[in-house]
Write a protein that binds this ligand. Structure first.
Ligand code: ADP
Length: 570
């Protein structure tokens, strides 16, 4: 199966609009683009002519896979289905009583039913063994409640072809943190959860200075252990089992554009959206690979003028999604409309590097990335300010507090001035999504800012009838190169895949991206199995030092296995 046939299969399975009996409504991918463009222009005011103009601009942005709205938007826009167009949710703060907890379980089930990944912070639940007044019993602790959420997710998702995606966080000072760290080591347990420890700056300092660390709940200290022992436990579990992940929560709050009006304790499942209680966000990615001209030649370059023209249109599209989408819960709608978060990102970065003959992680690639990301960030903020002048700033916009935020202070003066004058429509603007499915639909471009996973690999696809089918998948840049130069030409050294890169290359790219992105980044650092435990721990310390908001690694080993099978090039 060739590259385009595979893309078409995924589009047909996931995003093509069909009638309940299975007959297609979208006859082609273009039809899907028109459907999305039409739906997202419906909220423009000024009459039919204005709406048509926007619809045409939106469709042009989608054409040739230049802008890829997240999967929920592809699947749900303009369909009348009872689904949300938001990919990401964090649920409300969990109350520490049974009645409230099960009320929240109900809310989570309703949210999950409409699609979208969910994150929760379980740190507000009292630890195992703590007294429960009135019933003369001891509390069962946050991890036992996670089992309940896990079963709910399995039940809700059993109807479709998607696996549920949930994230659970627990603070590094919660008394049950050790149980949390090891919970997934029991085979088959909590399989619908990604887990992350929310690590504070105080904890990182205690590790650095080798101090004791208190485990506390509601001001009461339960016990103390060596910070380094706890850190080693987290690291050892991650080294052996690829979980839990680590989130630098104080940094997330300190750098949040909305730090003046919200506190964040959790993220969505893949980590790119730290969100407050009932927070929701929608995602969309610019496909950089589609913007490269004269690939593989001395003149190869990304069309920056085209990029700068594309950004304002897609910011408007995403902003419109907020008004078009359904929301599973009223609280989520209120949250989204008060802050109007959007998550504009990129995909195909590694392919764009290859097409521009730059090796992922090299100084040339970093220079290119800085140029491209500066343009995306500045144009996105300017566009959001322009929309504010036309349609109003997000309701919780506080000019003085917003301009004092760390991300905003780092914007060029000209951009800050425009925000000071016009306000801003979207409190947060940028984010790097995993783009797991949409990148396949766009001809298997590299995902997000990840390196190419493999130039050819095999992928198991779960069909709607429940059967799995294996497909060979060929990377976009690789296919383009072969098409131009034939099968015999040796691959130049800028063709690097995830397995052959050094961890520092991954980390460098993540850290540079984070400098330009106001939310967070979905990124997995692939490591060779033989990476030593000490070297592994150093990666996390380095991620913290470089200003990343979290760190996720993957080291294939007998326990974790390999997610996708690679095979030598044909
Ligand atoms: P897509 O390619 O479909 O747009 P991404 O791979 O970029 O999706 O994932 C974006 C976000 O969507 C994730 O961070 C997560 O919150 C949510 N998500 C991903 N996979 C699932 C899933 N199987 N079920 C529910 N939500 C998901």
């Amino acid at each position: 199966m060739d590259e385009t046939a595979f893309a078409r299969l995924i589009w047909d399975m996931k995003y093509r609009l069909k009638r309940p009996d299975g007959t297609p409504v979208d006859n082609s991918v273009e039809d899907s683009w028109f459907r999305i463009a039409e739906a997202l222009s419906a909220v423009e005011v000024g009459g039919k002519r204005v709406r048509q103009t926007w619809s045409r601009k939106f469709a042009a942005a989608l054409a040739d896979y230049r802008f890829l709205p997240a999967g929920r938007i592809w699947a749900g826009a303009g369909t009348q289905r009872s689904v949300t167009l938001f990919n990401c949710f964090v649920m409300g703060q969990l109350p520490d009583d049974l009645n409230g907890l099960f009320e929240h379980l109900r809310e989570a089930a309703l949210t999950m039913q409409q699609g979208g990944g969910i994150g929760y912070d379980f740190s507000t639940i009292r630890p195992r063994g703590a007294p429960v007044s009135g019933v003369g019993a001891d509390a069962s602790g946050p991890v036992s409640f996670m089992d309940v959420w896990d079963s709910m997710c399995a039940t809700i998702m059993s109807a479709g072809t998607r696996r549920g995606a949930m994230m659970a966080t627990l603070r590094c000072d919660h008394p049950d943190i050790e149980e949390f760290i090891h919970a997934k080591q029991q085979k088959g347990r909590l399989t619908n959860f990604n887990m992350s420890v929310t690590v504070t700056d105080a904890f990182m300092a205690a590790v650095e200075e080798d101090r004791p660390w208190d485990l506390v709940f509601e001001g009461h200290s339960y016990r103390s252990l060596r910070a380094r022992d706890l850190w080693d436990q987290i690291m050892r579990a991650t080294y052996d089992y690829a979980e839990p992940g680590v989130i630098f929560i104080d940094r997330i709050n300190a750098r949040n554009n909305l730090s003046y009006c919200e506190t964040i304790a959790a993220t969505n499942p893949c980590g790119e959206q730290p969100l407050p209680p009932y927070g929701a966000c929608l995602l969309g990615s610019i496909n950089l690979a589609a913007l490269v001209r004269d690939p593989f030649t001395a003149k190869a370059r990304l069309d920056e003028a085209a990029l700068e023209k594309l950004v304002p249109i897609v910011v408007r599209m995403l902003d419109n999604v907020i008004d078009v989408s359904r929301f599973p819960l009223r609280e989520q709608e209120r949250e989204a409309k008060a802050k109007r978060r959007i998550g504009l990102g990129v995909t195909g970065l590694a392919d764009a590097f290859i097409q521009c003959r730059a090796r992922y992680g090299s100084p040339e690639s970093i220079d290119l990335m800085k140029r491209w990301f500066t343009r995306i960030r500045d144009q996105a903020y300017l566009a959001s300010a322009d929309i504010a002048a036309e349609k109003g700033s997000f309701p919780l916009f506080d000019q003085e507090a917003f301009l004092a935020g760390e991300n905003i202070r780092n914007l060029p003066d000209k951009v800050r001035k425009v925000i000071a004058k016009k306000g801003i429509r979207n409190a947060l603007v940028t984010s790097i999504a995993p783009t797991g499915t949409i990148s396949l639909v766009a001809g298997n471009v590299s995902s997000g800012i990840e390196p190419v996973f493999a130039f050819c690999h095999h992928r198991r696809v779960l069909l709607p009838n429940g059967e799995a089918e294996e497909h060979e998948v060929v990377n976009h840049a690789y296919a383009l190169f072969r098409e131009k130069f034939g099968e015999e030409t040796a691959l130049p050294d800028y063709f690097v895949d995830a397995q052959s890169l050094a961890p520092e290359d991954h980390l460098k790219i993540q850290a540079v991206a984070q400098d330009y992105i106001d939310s967070s980044i979905s990124k997995t650092i692939n490591l060779p199995e033989e990476t030593s435990f000490t070297a592994f721990k150093d990666i996390y310390s380095e991620a913290y030092r470089l200003g990343c908001k979290g760190c996720t690694t993957y080291r294939p080993n007998p326990v974790t296995g390999a997610v996708l099978s690679t095979k030598p090039e044909p």
